[in-house]
Design a binder for this molecule. Structure first.
Ligand code: GUN
Length: 294
């Protein structure tokens, strides 16, 4: 049982730590959430983001636009939130409807309020090793790996996937933890052998159950970032969620492993809350609460 890295429990702990940090501040951080359209999954994410923002003692403001919103309408909301002195963090829920230019919307966000860590400034600071706001899913992955292993110094971390949102920033964040990092991807020669070299295997490719148990070094820590909807075998017409790792057999080999659901997923929101506190402190010239150190 103790092989399982319980993302729900670690996320609850992280939220408790955020609440403790918030209560130590002389101000109340505010997160603005922008939701465009009616995508059901996005609506659930946004509802949870708002719920947990308030549960940790922070304020939230919500802006909803119909799926037909124009680029100008979306940019105008972001610009207004940029100049609103009360707002510390801006989260534009992705994906945006197809007719909108996602990169242009992200580029409009004031980097000081970029709690998703997606702007060019945040990415540049990560590459340069400067303090800044780091993307939430990679942050959650680092916290889970440290929960399982403690100090990550010297561990060989193989990141499977090189996406802008997850794989690349995750590689840089495990490097910040003094790991030896390999980025593997679809063109890597002998992917199974490369993965078998990993002390920490981070799967972020978006291919259901691609990572087989013989890709896992015995005792390795497996962090599964994938969230894939596949047809349910037991209930025809229904779907179930699986990760990028073939969980059941991989669990027998791994030293520790995150499940899907209940692994990295819950950490993403917890790390968004953490970033909201960090942004509030940085913007207002307050020291970052030490309890939020990773
Ligand atoms: N959609 C799914 N996950 C995320 C996330 O972490 N941030 C944003 N902005 N949108 C998402």
């Amino acid at each position: 049982m103790d092989k399982l890295i319980d993302g729900k429990a670690v996320a609850a702990q992280t939220r408790d730590t955020v609440a403790q940090a918030v209560s130590s501040l002389i101000i109340v951080p505010t997160l603005a959430v922008v939701l465009i359209g009616e995508d059901p999954a996005s609506q659930v994410y946004v509802r949870n983001k708002i719920k947990f923002t308030e549960e940790t003692g922070m304020r939230s403001v919500e802006h909803r636009l119909p799926a037909t919103a124009t680029q100008t309408e979306v940019l105008d909301i972001v610009k207004a939130l940029n100049t609103d002195a009360e707002v510390d963090g801006i989260l534009v829920q992705l994906p945006l409807p197809d007719h909108l230019d996602t990169n242009a919307v992200i580029a409009e966000i004031d980097p000081a309020k970029d709690v998703d860590g997606l702007t060019e400034v945040s990415a540049g600071r990560l590459v340069l090793g400067q303090p800044g706001l780091r993307p939430c899913t990679p942050t959650g992955s680092v916290i889970l790996a440290k929960t399982a292993l403690g100090d990550l110094t010297g561990k060989h971390c193989v990141i499977l996937g090189r996406s802008i949102l997850v794989g690349k920033p995750a590689a840089l964040m495990f490097l910040e933890q003094n790991c030896t990092v390999t980025i593997a991807h679809s063109r890597t020669v002998d992917l199974p052998a490369v993965c078998r070299g990993a002390d920490i295997l981070v799967a972020a490719v978006g291919r259901p159950q691609m990572v087989q148990s013989d890709w896992v070094k015995p005792g390795a820590c497996v962090i599964d970032i994938g969230i894939n909807r596949v047809p349910s075998l037991k209930r025809p017409g229904k779907f179930r969620l699986v990760g990028d790792v073939d969980y059941k057999p991989a669990r027998k080999v791994a030293g520790s492993i995150t499940p899907v659901p209940g692994g990295v997923g819950p950490m993403t929101i917890a790390c968004l809350l953490r970033n909201t506190v960090l942004a509030a402190c940085d913007r207002r010239g307050l020291e970052r609460p030490p309890v939020l150190d990773i």
